[in-house]
Design a protein. Structure first.
Length: 211
C-alpha cells in the first residue's frame, strides 16, 4: 500500500508537470501509477538481493573463521571429526600427532611474537608435504594433527619422515630462532573397526609421548 501511495503521488505530480488534465488522464494516471510501483518493486528487489548476498558472504566468512585457526591457517579441532568419519569407510586414515619440542623455551627466550612466527612457519612447512585432500589441524598450542588417507604403514612412515625433515629445515624469517624439531606419534586406523577418531588419537598420543 505504501508503494502504491508513493506511486500515485509521484505519478500525479509528473502528469501535472506534463500538462495532463484530470478529466482526460485517468487511464494515463493508472498506467503511470502501475509503472511507478513496478519500478519501486524492482529497485526494492535489487536492494534486497544485494543485502542477502552480503549476508551470505558474512555468514561464509564467520563460518570459515570458526573452522580455521587465524594464526596458522590450519583447521580447528571441529574439522577433524567430520574428516575422519567421511574417509574411514574408504581406506585407512593416517593419524599423525605432532608436538614441537621445547616450544615453551622459545616463548620464554624470544617472547611470544617469535613463537607465533615459528608456528606459522611450521604450518607452512607441513603443508608442503601434504596432498590436496589431507587435513592439517592446529590441535592446541604447539600441537598439530594431520589426517590423510593412507593404504599401509610403510607409506605412513615414509610421509611422517618427510614431515620431520621439512620441519628440521625451517628457519625463523627474523633470524632470532635458529630452528625447531618436533616429536611425532602416528597410527593407521583400520576401516570397519567401529572405532572413532578419539580412539586412534589416543594411540597416536601414546606414540607421541614415547617419541
Amino acid at each position: 500500500m505504501l508503494l502504491w501511495a508513493v506511486g500515485a503521488i509521484v505519478s500525479t505530480a509528473l502528469l501535472s508537470m506534463l500538462g495532463f488534465r484530470s478529466d482526460n488522464s485517468l487511464a494515463v494516471l493508472h498506467t503511470a501509477e502501475c509503472l511507478a510501483v513496478l519500478v519501486a518493486i524492482v529497485l526494492f528487489g535489487l536492494r534486497f538481493s544485494d543485502i542477502s548476498a552480503r549476508a551470505r558472504r558474512t555468514q561464509r566468512h564467520l563460518f570459515r573463521e570458526s573452522q580455521i585457526d587465524l594464526l596458522t591457517g590450519a583447521s580447528r579441532r571441529s574439522a577433524a571429526t567430520s574428516y575422519f568419519a567421511s574417509h574411514l569407510d574408504e581406506m585407512p586414515v593416517g593419524t599423525v600427532m605432532i608436538d614441537v619440542d621445547h616450544f615453551k623455551a622459545i616463548n620464554d627466550r624470544y617472547v611470544h611474537p617469535a613463537g607465533d612466527r615459528m608456528l606459522v612457519e611450521i604450518a607452512r612447512s607441513l603443508r608442503q608435504g601434504m596432498r590436496i585432500d589431507d587435513l592439517l589441524v592446529r590441535w592446541g598450542g604447539e600441537e598439530f594433527l594431520i589426517l590423510f588417507a593412507c593404504p599401509n604403514e610403510g607409506i605412513l612412515e615414509s610421509r611422517v619422515e618427510g614431515m620431520r625433515r621439512h620441519l628440521a629445515a625451517i628457519r625463523d624469517p627474523e633470524g632470532e630462532v635458529g630452528g625447531v624439531t618436533a616429536s611425532f606419534g602416528a597410527v593407521l586406523s583400520k576401516p570397519g573397526s567401529g572405532r572413532d577418531l578419539s580412539f586412534w588419537l589416543g594411540h597416536a598420543d601414546m606414540a607421541l609421548y614415547r617419541a
